[in-house]
Structure formats: C-alpha cells, structure tokens
Design a protein around this ligand. Sequence first.
Ligand SMILES: Cc1cc2nc3c(=O)[nH]c(=O)nc-3n(C[C@H](O)[C@H](O)[C@H](O)COP(=O)(O)O)c2cc1C
Length: 193
Amino acid sequence: MGKAIWKPGTVLYPVPVVMVSCGTAEKGNIITVAWTGTVNSDPAMTYVSIRPSRHSFDLIKNNGEFVINLVTKDLAYACDFCGVKSGRDMDKFKEMNLTAKKGEKVNAPIIYESPVNIECKVKEIIPLGTHHMFLAEVVSVSVSDEYLDESGKFHFNETEPVCYSHGAYYTLGEQLGTFGYSVKKAEKTKKKK
Ligand SMILES: Cc1cc2nc3c(=O)[nH]c(=O)nc-3n(C[C@H](O)[C@H](O)[C@H](O)COP(=O)(O)O)c2cc1C
C-alpha cells in the first residue's frame, strides 16, 4: 500500500457549513461559508474567511459584525442557495422565506429559523490570499427553546446538524462514543480483570 502525493490544497474535511448573516435587520444578507471554526474558548472566538469579491465582504468589513447561523437538515436547501446566489441581485431572506430579526448585541440580523445564532464582532481582518479572515469575538448566542429540556440542556443533535465534505452536504452519522470514552472503556476493562 503506497501514498499518492498531492500538491498543497484544502483537503481538511468534513467541516461545518454555516449561514452567515450580515448587514441590518431591515436590509440583511446571507452568505454560506465553509471556512469557519472556533479559535479560542474564553473569550469565545471564531472566524469566517471570505473572498473580497463577495457582496457580504463589504457589509461585514464596514459594519464590523456578523452572525453565524448553524445549518440543519431543514435549512440545507437555503444554505446551498445562499452559497450560489448573490445579495447584489436579490434579497436572500425573502427568496428563501427566512426571518431576519435584529441580534441581541449586534445590528446584524439573526436567521430566526436556525436553532443556534452566534453573534460576532470583528476584532481583526487578516488578508491571506484568496480570502480575508475575519477574526471575531462571540458577543451573544441565541438558541431555539424547542430543543431545551426542563433542566436547560440543549439537545443540538436533535436539530439534525449539517456538515460539508468534498463538495457535498451531510447530516451526522452514528455516534461512536462520548468525550473521554476511550479512557473510560480502558478503565472498565481494567476493573473487570
Ligand atoms: C458550501 C459552500 C461553502 C462556501 N464557503 C465559502 C467561504 O468559506 N468563503 C467565501 O468567501 N465563499 C464561500 N462560498 C461562496 C459564497 O457563499 C457565494 O459566493 C455567495 O453567493 C456569496 O454571496 P454574496 O455575494 O451575497 O455575499 C461557499 C459556497 C458554498 C455553496
């Protein structure tokens, strides 16, 4: 068994795919973004990398704010649409029948239909080449209460989250374990012996 050597490229998959809302609640836009992730726990920090040619680029740059809206199976179609059509030509909230509501801490709109809305304020813009990275601090998070149980636990996996891998969208598969299960298993086996 050998290895084929490829030229450097973006092969880190699967990744989250998110709908980033920007602009204002009255005149909002949505861009689909796969180049995103968590970069710090406390303060909670994230990033989105966006090409300067996108309509959303100037909206985020000028307002210094955006919202990351997590994508569910029900939102997958709208997510793809917002990733192939530009806000220069249409109102994507209207086209996709989505509700724009002003964020708690930002003027950018949240997508009300998404179960998790992560409001962000831009801290730094780093030009990297094809994309500029908007490094941002999370300033507020809203979650849909239909997924909260009586004890306040949020059942995110019940929203059927969507990820992106090599050009295709997927929901999550089988659960293989929970955090630290490898060690717990080893301890159990040890105890048994
Ligand atoms: C699955 C998917 C992931 C994407 N990820 C990014 C991304 O990370 N950065 C980016 O600049 N564009 C990305 N795009 C492209 C933009 O979403 C697309 O160009 C969109 O039409 C821009 O909208 P706007 O002109 O209204 O800002 C992605 C598109 C899709 C379908």
